[in-house]
Design a protein around this ligand. Sequence first.
Ligand code: 5GP
Ligand code: ZN
Length: 139
Amino acid sequence: MRDKDCIFCKISAGEIPSNTIYEDEEFRVILDLAPASKGHALIIPKEHAADIYEIEEELAGRAMKLAKRMAVHMTEVLGCEGFNILQNNHEVAGQTVFHFHMHLIPRYRNAKNEDILVWNHETFSPEEMEQIRDALKQD
Ligand code: 5GP
Ligand code: ZN
């Protein structure tokens, strides 16, 4: 399914040009317009789903398999020293384009953006941790 107002539907369909580094029937992988590092790319499924809550489970699995292959390939070509795979859901989590995508972010020592993805820690008491664990525990 496509969303006629969605920019990533248009990009993944090839209606809006992009710097594509990989394409198959289900996915397009493009360079991010505002990269956090050299080679920062996005895996975009061609099927519209807004986020992790909407995307079909099997397709999400295939996106992760592609991320694995792209990470290996990009690391070989770019010579980066590490790699982040990031996927934002909802505005509060930093999502700005509401079509599921995965960020592929090559990491380099001494890069301008060495501290991307560094967060402050929150503290919870042991009792709070147990409550959280019990609430989240699944069989
Ligand atoms: P989000 O913040 O939703 O996780 O990530 C959206 C990403 O898409 C951002 O990193 C942003 O730079 C990138 N982006 C937004 N619009 C375009 C576009 O038209 N073309 C490309 N190549 N990247 C885009
Ligand atoms: Zn879309």
